[in-house]
Design a protein around this ligand. Structure first.
Ligand code: ZN
Ligand code: ZN
Length: 253
């Protein structure tokens, strides 16, 4: 897949880069490719998720897949609202999701696939890292000709571990790493090591938000310079032959 065929829109985040969208704790990102429209996580509140999508003129009926990174409240809160409007959706979760919720989601959607511990291809060129760590969290990998695009929900198992696993499977550079890096409680020394290691693994662009924390964001910015993208709700990312087109500040009315 060419990266030029991919568009990412952060539609739910406690970090905010757009005044006309509502910002609450949680994360969700819409991934549009030539063949699929995938919702990565659903934030903590369905009403706000739908309102933000509406403001950005993103069509809920085009969503064909929902990918749930892990079962924490701030990532699954919008599931009901989405499925109420569009049930023609395949859902991917991990073993952390309760059996009762899997049963209910099976009733409300096209069907649920429970991903285990191993990296798994879920759609052409689109992979799950497989469930990692105590939260049994999966991260999302798009295998493009220009490198990997990795999206993490909360990165409870460590953002470094996620990138390491992706590299183990694909042995490719990382074009973009986006999402929650879960460094808000880390000591500065550890954050510096993480930033260095992420960069040394061949990561070109980073777009941290959600649970990354202010200090970690600053250190990523210092290290990645113009290849650092300030994350948050309202950020749209396009690609131009392996370069991320910098998201402009939204001017929605
Ligand atoms: Zn979490
Ligand atoms: Zn979270």
């Amino acid at each position: 897949m060419k990266s030029n065929d991919i568009k990412l829109s952060v539609i739910f985040d406690n970090e905010c880069s757009c005044e006309s969208l509502t910002s609450l704790w949680g994360f969700s990102c819409l991934v549009e490719t030539a063949d699929n429209t995938i919702l990565f996580d659903t934030g903590s509140n369905g009403r706000v998720l739908l309102k933000n999508m509406q403001r950005k003129k993103l069509d809920i009926n085009r969503v064909d897949t929902i990918f749930i990174s892990h079962a924490h409240w701030d990532h699954i809160g919008g599931l009901d609202s989405i499925l109420e409007l569009n049930s023609n959706i395949n859902i991917f979760v991990t073993t952390h999701v309760s059996k009762n919720l899997v049963r209910d989601l099976n009733t409300l959607s096209n069907g649920v696939t429970v991903i285990g511990d191993e990296p798994t291809e879920i759609l052409p060129y689109i992979h799950s890292t497989g469930a990692m760590g105590e939260a049994s969290e999966q991260s999302f990998i798009i295998d493009t000709e220009d490198g990997l695009i990795i999206i993490a929900g909360c990165a409870h198992s460590g953002i470094e571990a996620i990138v390491t696993r992706a590299k183990r499977v694909f042995d490719k550079e990382i074009l973009l790493l986006l999402g929650g890096f879960h460094l808000f409680r880390e000591e500065e020394k550890n954050i510096r090591e993480t930033v260095k290691s992420i960069k040394n693994m061949g990561t070109k662009f980073v777009c941290p938000s959600h649970c990354t924390g202010e200090r970690a964001k600053k250190l990523f910015e210092e290290s990645f310079k113009e290849n650092y993208i300030d994350g948050g709700v309202g950020v749209d990312i396009d690609f131009d032959n392996g370069v991320v087109t910098p998201p402009s500040k939204q001017t929605l009315q």
